[in-house]
Design a protein around this ligand. Structure first.
Ligand code: CAA
Length: 378
Protein backbone atom coordinates (compact mmCIF):
# COMPACT_ATOMS: atom_id res chain seq x y z
CA UNK A 1 0.00 0.00 0.00
CA UNK A 2 1.46 3.31 -1.10
CA UNK A 3 -0.02 6.58 0.13
CA UNK A 4 2.30 8.74 -2.01
CA UNK A 5 1.04 9.96 -5.39
CA UNK A 6 3.21 8.89 -8.32
CA UNK A 7 4.94 11.29 -10.72
CA UNK A 8 1.96 11.72 -13.06
CA UNK A 9 -0.48 12.20 -10.20
CA UNK A 10 1.81 14.77 -8.56
CA UNK A 11 2.20 16.64 -11.85
CA UNK A 12 -1.56 16.77 -12.48
CA UNK A 13 -2.23 17.86 -8.90
CA UNK A 14 0.39 20.62 -9.11
CA UNK A 15 -0.89 21.79 -12.48
CA UNK A 16 -4.46 21.98 -11.16
CA UNK A 17 -3.35 23.71 -7.95
CA UNK A 18 -1.27 26.29 -9.78
CA UNK A 19 -4.09 27.18 -12.20
CA UNK A 20 -6.65 27.19 -9.36
CA UNK A 21 -4.62 29.53 -7.17
CA UNK A 22 -3.36 31.82 -9.92
CA UNK A 23 -6.45 32.12 -12.12
CA UNK A 24 -9.58 30.70 -10.50
CA UNK A 25 -9.42 31.62 -6.81
CA UNK A 26 -9.09 35.39 -7.35
CA UNK A 27 -12.32 35.32 -9.40
CA UNK A 28 -14.37 32.87 -7.34
CA UNK A 29 -16.22 35.35 -5.10
CA UNK A 30 -17.20 37.54 -8.05
CA UNK A 31 -18.29 34.57 -10.17
CA UNK A 32 -20.54 33.48 -7.30
CA UNK A 33 -21.88 36.98 -6.64
CA UNK A 34 -22.67 37.71 -10.32
CA UNK A 35 -23.68 34.15 -11.28
CA UNK A 36 -21.16 34.25 -14.14
CA UNK A 37 -20.62 31.03 -16.07
CA UNK A 38 -16.80 30.73 -16.24
CA UNK A 39 -16.30 30.14 -20.00
CA UNK A 40 -12.68 31.34 -20.08
CA UNK A 41 -11.68 29.41 -16.99
CA UNK A 42 -13.17 26.24 -18.48
CA UNK A 43 -11.19 26.73 -21.69
CA UNK A 44 -8.07 27.06 -19.52
CA UNK A 45 -8.92 23.77 -17.80
CA UNK A 46 -9.26 22.09 -21.19
CA UNK A 47 -5.91 23.51 -22.34
CA UNK A 48 -4.31 21.87 -19.28
CA UNK A 49 -5.91 18.48 -20.00
CA UNK A 50 -8.30 18.76 -17.07
CA UNK A 51 -11.49 18.24 -19.08
CA UNK A 52 -10.43 14.68 -19.83
CA UNK A 53 -8.10 13.61 -17.06
CA UNK A 54 -8.96 9.93 -17.42
CA UNK A 55 -9.42 10.00 -21.20
CA UNK A 56 -6.96 8.40 -23.66
CA UNK A 57 -4.49 10.79 -25.27
CA UNK A 58 -5.74 9.64 -28.69
CA UNK A 59 -9.03 11.40 -27.85
CA UNK A 60 -7.32 14.51 -26.52
CA UNK A 61 -7.32 13.47 -22.87
CA UNK A 62 -4.52 13.62 -20.31
CA UNK A 63 -4.64 9.80 -19.89
CA UNK A 64 -3.58 10.36 -16.28
CA UNK A 65 -6.04 8.02 -14.53
CA UNK A 66 -8.72 8.26 -11.89
CA UNK A 67 -6.50 9.06 -8.89
CA UNK A 68 -5.12 12.06 -10.81
CA UNK A 69 -8.67 13.06 -11.63
CA UNK A 70 -9.70 12.95 -7.97
CA UNK A 71 -6.67 15.01 -6.92
CA UNK A 72 -7.24 17.58 -9.67
CA UNK A 73 -10.94 17.86 -8.85
CA UNK A 74 -10.19 18.64 -5.20
CA UNK A 75 -7.69 21.33 -6.22
CA UNK A 76 -10.18 23.06 -8.52
CA UNK A 77 -12.97 22.80 -5.92
CA UNK A 78 -10.64 24.30 -3.32
CA UNK A 79 -10.70 27.47 -5.46
CA UNK A 80 -14.21 27.45 -6.94
CA UNK A 81 -16.85 24.78 -6.40
CA UNK A 82 -18.97 26.02 -9.32
CA UNK A 83 -16.09 25.56 -11.76
CA UNK A 84 -15.40 22.16 -10.20
CA UNK A 85 -18.90 20.78 -10.78
CA UNK A 86 -18.82 21.92 -14.39
CA UNK A 87 -15.47 20.15 -14.79
CA UNK A 88 -16.80 17.04 -12.99
CA UNK A 89 -19.82 16.60 -15.23
CA UNK A 90 -17.78 17.30 -18.39
CA UNK A 91 -15.21 14.66 -17.42
CA UNK A 92 -18.04 12.22 -16.65
CA UNK A 93 -19.69 12.84 -20.04
CA UNK A 94 -16.36 12.50 -21.89
CA UNK A 95 -15.67 9.23 -20.05
CA UNK A 96 -19.09 7.76 -20.72
CA UNK A 97 -18.83 8.55 -24.44
CA UNK A 98 -15.25 7.24 -24.59
CA UNK A 99 -16.33 4.00 -22.92
CA UNK A 100 -19.74 3.25 -24.43
CA UNK A 101 -19.86 5.25 -27.67
CA UNK A 102 -19.29 3.91 -31.17
CA UNK A 103 -15.95 4.73 -32.78
CA UNK A 104 -17.64 7.56 -34.66
CA UNK A 105 -19.33 8.96 -31.53
CA UNK A 106 -16.07 8.75 -29.59
CA UNK A 107 -13.99 10.39 -32.28
CA UNK A 108 -16.56 13.11 -32.94
CA UNK A 109 -17.50 14.24 -29.45
CA UNK A 110 -14.76 13.37 -26.97
CA UNK A 111 -12.04 15.58 -28.56
CA UNK A 112 -14.49 18.50 -28.64
CA UNK A 113 -15.00 18.11 -24.87
CA UNK A 114 -11.36 17.56 -23.97
CA UNK A 115 -10.09 20.42 -26.17
CA UNK A 116 -12.59 22.97 -24.86
CA UNK A 117 -14.21 23.42 -28.28
CA UNK A 118 -17.34 22.64 -26.26
CA UNK A 119 -17.47 24.66 -23.03
CA UNK A 120 -18.95 21.64 -21.23
CA UNK A 121 -20.87 18.40 -21.51
CA UNK A 122 -24.21 17.67 -19.81
CA UNK A 123 -25.76 14.58 -18.26
CA UNK A 124 -29.55 14.67 -18.66
CA UNK A 125 -30.98 11.89 -16.48
CA UNK A 126 -33.15 13.50 -13.77
CA UNK A 127 -36.71 14.63 -14.40
CA UNK A 128 -39.26 16.64 -12.40
CA UNK A 129 -40.84 13.35 -11.19
CA UNK A 130 -37.74 11.13 -11.39
CA UNK A 131 -34.80 12.19 -9.21
CA UNK A 132 -33.58 9.42 -6.90
CA UNK A 133 -35.64 6.99 -8.98
CA UNK A 134 -34.50 7.50 -12.58
CA UNK A 135 -36.16 4.19 -13.52
CA UNK A 136 -39.48 6.04 -13.38
CA UNK A 137 -38.52 8.52 -16.09
CA UNK A 138 -41.22 9.62 -18.54
CA UNK A 139 -39.19 11.14 -21.37
CA UNK A 140 -39.69 8.95 -24.41
CA UNK A 141 -37.82 8.32 -27.64
CA UNK A 142 -39.87 7.06 -30.57
CA UNK A 143 -38.12 5.30 -33.43
CA UNK A 144 -39.06 6.58 -36.91
CA UNK A 145 -37.71 5.73 -40.36
CA UNK A 146 -35.18 8.56 -40.26
CA UNK A 147 -34.24 8.72 -36.58
CA UNK A 148 -35.66 9.14 -33.07
CA UNK A 149 -38.10 11.68 -31.70
CA UNK A 150 -37.54 12.72 -28.07
CA UNK A 151 -40.42 14.04 -25.99
CA UNK A 152 -40.36 15.00 -22.32
CA UNK A 153 -38.67 17.08 -19.68
CA UNK A 154 -35.39 16.91 -17.76
CA UNK A 155 -34.61 18.74 -14.53
CA UNK A 156 -31.51 20.03 -12.68
CA UNK A 157 -29.25 19.66 -15.69
CA UNK A 158 -25.77 20.96 -14.90
CA UNK A 159 -24.42 23.09 -17.81
CA UNK A 160 -27.63 22.30 -19.74
CA UNK A 161 -27.71 25.73 -21.41
CA UNK A 162 -24.00 25.79 -22.35
CA UNK A 163 -23.06 22.17 -23.11
CA UNK A 164 -21.98 21.34 -26.67
CA UNK A 165 -23.26 17.79 -26.30
CA UNK A 166 -25.74 16.26 -23.88
CA UNK A 167 -26.21 12.62 -22.95
CA UNK A 168 -29.99 12.28 -22.70
CA UNK A 169 -31.81 9.27 -21.27
CA UNK A 170 -35.26 8.36 -22.60
CA UNK A 171 -37.66 5.46 -22.53
CA UNK A 172 -37.60 3.35 -25.70
CA UNK A 173 -39.80 0.54 -24.39
CA UNK A 174 -40.63 -1.54 -21.34
CA UNK A 175 -41.21 -0.29 -17.82
CA UNK A 176 -38.98 0.69 -14.90
CA UNK A 177 -35.28 0.39 -15.43
CA UNK A 178 -35.73 -1.83 -18.50
CA UNK A 179 -36.34 -0.11 -21.79
CA UNK A 180 -34.29 3.03 -21.16
CA UNK A 181 -31.79 4.13 -23.82
CA UNK A 182 -29.43 7.03 -24.07
CA UNK A 183 -28.81 9.48 -26.87
CA UNK A 184 -26.18 12.03 -27.75
CA UNK A 185 -27.91 15.31 -28.51
CA UNK A 186 -25.97 18.27 -29.88
CA UNK A 187 -26.61 21.80 -28.60
CA UNK A 188 -29.00 23.66 -30.86
CA UNK A 189 -30.92 20.57 -32.00
CA UNK A 190 -34.42 21.85 -32.88
CA UNK A 191 -37.00 20.84 -30.28
CA UNK A 192 -34.57 20.86 -27.34
CA UNK A 193 -34.92 23.96 -25.21
CA UNK A 194 -33.24 25.02 -21.97
CA UNK A 195 -35.51 26.70 -19.42
CA UNK A 196 -34.80 29.35 -16.80
CA UNK A 197 -31.50 29.11 -14.95
CA UNK A 198 -32.19 27.93 -11.38
CA UNK A 199 -31.73 30.50 -8.60
CA UNK A 200 -29.64 28.26 -6.33
CA UNK A 201 -28.41 28.44 -2.73
CA UNK A 202 -24.84 27.72 -3.83
CA UNK A 203 -22.77 26.84 -6.92
CA UNK A 204 -24.16 30.05 -8.32
CA UNK A 205 -21.60 30.25 -11.13
CA UNK A 206 -22.58 26.82 -12.43
CA UNK A 207 -25.45 26.53 -14.87
CA UNK A 208 -28.47 24.46 -13.82
CA UNK A 209 -31.53 24.37 -16.05
CA UNK A 210 -34.58 22.30 -16.92
CA UNK A 211 -34.68 21.00 -20.50
CA UNK A 212 -37.74 20.44 -22.67
CA UNK A 213 -37.80 17.99 -25.57
CA UNK A 214 -40.66 18.87 -27.84
CA UNK A 215 -40.59 16.54 -30.86
CA UNK A 216 -36.81 16.78 -30.81
CA UNK A 217 -35.50 14.77 -33.79
CA UNK A 218 -32.11 13.11 -33.63
CA UNK A 219 -30.58 10.71 -36.18
CA UNK A 220 -30.39 6.94 -35.63
CA UNK A 221 -26.67 7.46 -35.04
CA UNK A 222 -27.48 9.44 -31.87
CA UNK A 223 -28.45 6.24 -30.04
CA UNK A 224 -25.66 5.49 -27.68
CA UNK A 225 -24.58 2.30 -25.92
CA UNK A 226 -27.27 -0.03 -27.26
CA UNK A 227 -31.06 0.12 -27.33
CA UNK A 228 -32.66 -0.44 -23.89
CA UNK A 229 -29.22 -0.64 -22.25
CA UNK A 230 -29.20 2.96 -21.01
CA UNK A 231 -30.05 2.49 -17.33
CA UNK A 232 -26.93 0.47 -16.57
CA UNK A 233 -24.81 2.99 -18.45
CA UNK A 234 -26.23 5.75 -16.23
CA UNK A 235 -25.46 3.70 -13.10
CA UNK A 236 -21.90 2.96 -14.20
CA UNK A 237 -21.30 6.61 -15.11
CA UNK A 238 -22.66 7.71 -11.73
CA UNK A 239 -20.37 5.28 -9.91
CA UNK A 240 -17.42 7.20 -11.38
CA UNK A 241 -19.18 10.55 -11.00
CA UNK A 242 -19.51 9.95 -7.26
CA UNK A 243 -15.72 9.85 -6.91
CA UNK A 244 -15.72 13.27 -8.56
CA UNK A 245 -18.30 14.71 -6.14
CA UNK A 246 -16.53 13.21 -3.12
CA UNK A 247 -13.36 14.92 -4.39
CA UNK A 248 -15.24 18.18 -4.92
CA UNK A 249 -16.56 18.07 -1.33
CA UNK A 250 -13.00 17.43 -0.11
CA UNK A 251 -11.74 20.46 -2.05
CA UNK A 252 -14.41 22.78 -0.64
CA UNK A 253 -13.82 21.56 2.94
CA UNK A 254 -10.03 21.87 2.51
CA UNK A 255 -10.35 25.53 1.55
CA UNK A 256 -12.77 26.20 4.39
CA UNK A 257 -10.61 24.50 7.01
CA UNK A 258 -7.42 26.25 5.85
CA UNK A 259 -9.16 29.59 6.17
CA UNK A 260 -10.59 28.75 9.60
CA UNK A 261 -7.19 27.62 10.86
CA UNK A 262 -5.62 30.89 9.72
CA UNK A 263 -8.48 32.85 11.26
CA UNK A 264 -8.09 31.00 14.56
CA UNK A 265 -4.40 32.01 14.62
CA UNK A 266 -5.09 35.69 13.93
CA UNK A 267 -8.33 36.38 15.78
CA UNK A 268 -7.86 37.47 19.37
CA UNK A 269 -10.48 37.35 22.12
CA UNK A 270 -9.98 37.40 25.90
CA UNK A 271 -6.39 38.50 25.24
CA UNK A 272 -5.27 35.50 23.15
CA UNK A 273 -5.81 33.95 19.77
CA UNK A 274 -9.02 31.91 19.65
CA UNK A 275 -6.94 28.92 18.43
CA UNK A 276 -5.64 28.64 21.99
CA UNK A 277 -9.12 27.71 23.25
CA UNK A 278 -9.83 24.01 23.36
CA UNK A 279 -13.32 24.53 21.93
CA UNK A 280 -11.79 25.82 18.69
CA UNK A 281 -8.94 23.29 18.72
CA UNK A 282 -11.39 20.40 18.88
CA UNK A 283 -13.39 21.75 15.96
CA UNK A 284 -10.19 21.98 13.94
CA UNK A 285 -8.97 18.54 15.06
CA UNK A 286 -12.28 16.82 14.25
CA UNK A 287 -12.44 18.56 10.87
CA UNK A 288 -8.87 17.63 9.94
CA UNK A 289 -9.47 14.00 10.89
CA UNK A 290 -12.73 13.75 8.95
CA UNK A 291 -11.13 15.42 5.94
CA UNK A 292 -8.24 12.94 5.94
CA UNK A 293 -10.66 10.01 6.23
CA UNK A 294 -12.62 11.44 3.28
CA UNK A 295 -9.43 11.65 1.20
CA UNK A 296 -8.56 8.03 1.97
CA UNK A 297 -12.00 6.84 0.94
CA UNK A 298 -12.03 8.88 -2.27
CA UNK A 299 -8.53 7.83 -3.28
CA UNK A 300 -9.25 4.17 -2.54
CA UNK A 301 -12.37 4.27 -4.75
CA UNK A 302 -10.35 6.08 -7.45
CA UNK A 303 -7.55 3.54 -7.21
CA UNK A 304 -9.98 0.60 -7.50
CA UNK A 305 -11.63 2.16 -10.56
CA UNK A 306 -8.23 2.84 -12.10
CA UNK A 307 -7.16 -0.77 -11.69
CA UNK A 308 -10.38 -2.08 -13.23
CA UNK A 309 -11.74 -3.59 -10.00
CA UNK A 310 -15.34 -3.23 -8.71
CA UNK A 311 -15.72 0.13 -7.00
CA UNK A 312 -19.43 0.97 -6.91
CA UNK A 313 -19.89 0.50 -3.16
CA UNK A 314 -16.53 2.16 -2.37
CA UNK A 315 -17.45 5.19 -4.51
CA UNK A 316 -20.79 5.43 -2.68
CA UNK A 317 -19.00 5.23 0.70
CA UNK A 318 -16.57 7.95 -0.37
CA UNK A 319 -19.36 10.20 -1.62
CA UNK A 320 -21.53 9.59 1.46
CA UNK A 321 -18.79 10.18 3.99
CA UNK A 322 -16.93 13.01 2.23
CA UNK A 323 -20.06 15.04 1.45
CA UNK A 324 -21.48 14.70 4.97
CA UNK A 325 -18.10 15.41 6.60
CA UNK A 326 -17.58 18.42 4.33
CA UNK A 327 -20.96 19.79 5.38
CA UNK A 328 -20.04 19.38 9.05
CA UNK A 329 -16.65 21.00 8.44
CA UNK A 330 -18.03 24.01 6.56
CA UNK A 331 -20.59 24.51 9.32
CA UNK A 332 -17.86 24.48 11.99
CA UNK A 333 -15.80 26.87 9.88
CA UNK A 334 -18.65 29.41 9.93
CA UNK A 335 -18.89 28.90 13.71
CA UNK A 336 -15.15 29.53 14.16
CA UNK A 337 -15.47 32.76 12.17
CA UNK A 338 -18.37 33.91 14.38
CA UNK A 339 -20.21 36.90 12.88
CA UNK A 340 -17.56 37.15 10.15
CA UNK A 341 -18.59 33.71 8.97
CA UNK A 342 -22.06 34.96 8.21
CA UNK A 343 -21.12 37.81 5.85
CA UNK A 344 -19.65 37.87 2.37
CA UNK A 345 -16.40 39.57 3.43
CA UNK A 346 -15.05 36.08 4.16
CA UNK A 347 -15.46 33.00 1.92
CA UNK A 348 -16.78 30.82 4.78
CA UNK A 349 -20.44 31.48 3.92
CA UNK A 350 -19.84 30.64 0.23
CA UNK A 351 -18.22 27.34 1.14
CA UNK A 352 -21.22 26.45 3.33
CA UNK A 353 -23.67 27.33 0.53
CA UNK A 354 -21.59 25.49 -2.10
CA UNK A 355 -21.03 22.33 -0.07
CA UNK A 356 -24.69 21.80 0.79
CA UNK A 357 -25.62 20.16 -2.51
CA UNK A 358 -22.89 17.53 -2.31
CA UNK A 359 -25.14 15.32 -0.14
CA UNK A 360 -27.89 15.70 -2.73
CA UNK A 361 -26.66 15.53 -6.33
CA UNK A 362 -25.18 12.49 -8.11
CA UNK A 363 -27.31 10.49 -5.67
CA UNK A 364 -28.43 11.68 -2.23
CA UNK A 365 -26.80 10.35 0.94
CA UNK A 366 -29.87 8.12 1.31
CA UNK A 367 -29.24 6.61 -2.16
CA UNK A 368 -25.54 6.09 -1.33
CA UNK A 369 -26.62 4.15 1.77
CA UNK A 370 -28.95 2.07 -0.43
CA UNK A 371 -26.08 1.25 -2.80
CA UNK A 372 -23.74 0.36 0.09
CA UNK A 373 -26.31 -1.76 1.93
CA UNK A 374 -27.38 -3.66 -1.20
CA UNK A 375 -23.77 -4.51 -1.91
CA UNK A 376 -23.18 -5.62 1.69
CA UNK A 377 -26.32 -7.78 1.83
CA UNK A 378 -26.31 -9.36 -1.63
N1 CAA B 1 -23.42 -0.74 -12.34
C1 CAA B 1 -23.92 -1.57 -13.28
N2 CAA B 1 -25.23 -1.96 -13.28
C2 CAA B 1 -26.01 -1.51 -12.29
C3 CAA B 1 -25.54 -0.66 -11.27
C4 CAA B 1 -24.17 -0.27 -11.33
N3 CAA B 1 -23.64 0.55 -10.41
N4 CAA B 1 -26.53 -0.37 -10.43
C5 CAA B 1 -27.62 -1.04 -10.87
N5 CAA B 1 -27.29 -1.73 -12.00
C6 CAA B 1 -28.16 -2.61 -12.80
C7 CAA B 1 -28.74 -3.72 -11.91
O1 CAA B 1 -27.85 -4.81 -11.84
C8 CAA B 1 -30.03 -4.05 -12.65
O2 CAA B 1 -29.71 -4.88 -13.74
P1 CAA B 1 -30.72 -6.06 -14.26
O3 CAA B 1 -31.90 -5.30 -14.83
O4 CAA B 1 -29.94 -6.78 -15.30
O5 CAA B 1 -31.07 -6.86 -13.06
C9 CAA B 1 -30.48 -2.70 -13.21
O6 CAA B 1 -29.31 -1.86 -13.26
C10 CAA B 1 -31.51 -2.04 -12.34
O7 CAA B 1 -30.93 -1.89 -11.05
P2 CAA B 1 -31.78 -1.74 -9.72
O8 CAA B 1 -32.91 -2.73 -9.72
O9 CAA B 1 -30.84 -1.76 -8.57
O10 CAA B 1 -32.42 -0.27 -9.93
P3 CAA B 1 -33.21 0.64 -8.93
O11 CAA B 1 -34.34 1.26 -9.66
O12 CAA B 1 -33.53 -0.09 -7.66
O13 CAA B 1 -32.17 1.83 -8.64
C11 CAA B 1 -30.46 3.05 -7.49
C12 CAA B 1 -30.95 1.68 -8.05
C13 CAA B 1 -29.04 2.81 -7.01
C14 CAA B 1 -31.30 3.53 -6.34
C15 CAA B 1 -30.45 4.08 -8.65
O14 CAA B 1 -31.75 4.40 -9.04
C16 CAA B 1 -29.73 5.38 -8.31
O15 CAA B 1 -28.50 5.43 -8.34
N6 CAA B 1 -30.48 6.48 -8.03
C17 CAA B 1 -29.88 7.80 -7.87
C18 CAA B 1 -29.83 8.55 -9.17
C19 CAA B 1 -28.78 9.61 -9.19
O16 CAA B 1 -27.69 9.45 -8.65
N7 CAA B 1 -29.06 10.72 -9.85
C20 CAA B 1 -28.09 11.75 -10.01
C21 CAA B 1 -28.42 12.57 -11.19
S1 CAA B 1 -27.03 13.13 -12.10
C22 CAA B 1 -26.39 14.44 -11.27
O17 CAA B 1 -26.74 14.75 -10.18
C23 CAA B 1 -25.31 15.15 -12.02
C24 CAA B 1 -25.09 16.56 -11.62
O18 CAA B 1 -25.74 17.43 -12.08
C25 CAA B 1 -23.99 16.87 -10.70
Amino acid sequence: MDFEPNETQTLIQRTARDYAERVIKPQAAALDRDETFPFEILKGLADLGLMGVNIPASLGGAEAGVVSYSLAMSEIARACASTAVTMAVTNMVAEVIARFGTTEQRETYVPRLTSGEYAAGAFALSEPEAGSDPGSMRTTAERTSDGWILRGQKQWITSGAHAGVLVVWARTGGTGTKGISCFLVEAGTPGMKAGKHEDKLGLRASNTVPLTFDDCKVPHSALFGGENEGFKIAMMALDGGRIGIASQAIGIATAALEEATEYARQRKQFGKSIGEFQAIQWMIADSKTELDASRMLALRAASLKESGKPFSSEAAMAKLYASEAANRICNRVVQIHGGYGYVRDFPAERHLRDVRVTTIYEGTSEIQRTVIARSALK
